[in-house]
Design a protein around this ligand. Structure first.
Ligand SMILES: [Zn+2]
Length: 196
């Protein structure tokens, strides 16, 4: 009888710990602003979580964001490195403090990379798996993401042009495609002003 009581007590402890842990997991809401932007691009409700070390734009394996696919379909949650989230939020704050710079007054490359990371994972969440196709869509969405963070149309266009110019050469070859141009197979809106 006594051993049964011990077993029951142990079970109760395990249950309490499990319940508490699922409570903590459910309570973490994700990044509200970035979640809203990603859901617009993915055209469905998705969640963006930030992970990793403060200030880090890339994780241990060199990735800035990750989205899992299960059975060929994306899950509804993407994870961005903490530094990506921080850079995006810092840009929103910087625009409020001083909206005068056309390209961000500080670290435009870090911002372009971060805008691109959010857009890139959003298109994975939309169901696009091919990296070159996903990345081509992401470049076309840079101006949209910048606008949603508070950039003016001119600032957003400048950031898009800067990203088209600077980002592709910093990525592995499988992230580029000859179809990524105005009128190409990966052009989301032929004739649109986002193309350089
Ligand atoms: Zn990807």
């Amino acid at each position: 009888m006594r051993s049964l009581a011990v077993v029951l007590l142990a079970l109760l402890t395990v249950l309490t710990v499990l319940l508490h842990r699922s409570d903590v997991a459910a309570a973490k809401p994700g990044d509200l602003l970035l979640t809203a932007i990603a859901s617009e691009l993915a055209r469905r409700p998705v969640t963006i979580h930030c992970e990793g070390f403060s200030g880090a734009l890339t994780g241990a394996r060199g990735e800035s964001g990750r989205t899992e696919f299960i059975g060929g379909k994306p899950v509804s949650v993407s994870y961005l490195q903490e530094g990506i989230c921080q850079t995006l939020h810092a840009y929103t704050r910087a625009l409020k403090a001083d909206p005068s710079c056309l390209l961000p007054c500080e670290q435009p490359l870090e911002l372009a990379w971060s805008l691109n990371t959010l857009a890139h994972e959003s298109y994975h969440l939309a169901g696009v798996r091919n990296e070159a196709q996903t990345q081509c869509y992401a470049l076309q969405a840079i101006d949209f993401v910048a606008r949603r963070l508070g950039a003016s149309p001119d600032q957003a266009r400048a950031l898009a042009a800067f990203s088209f110019d600077q980002l592709p050469r910093r990525m592995p070859p499988e992230y580029s495609s000859p179809e990524c141009h105005d009128g190409g197979r990966y052009d989301l809106r032929p004739g649109s002003a986002v193309w350089p």
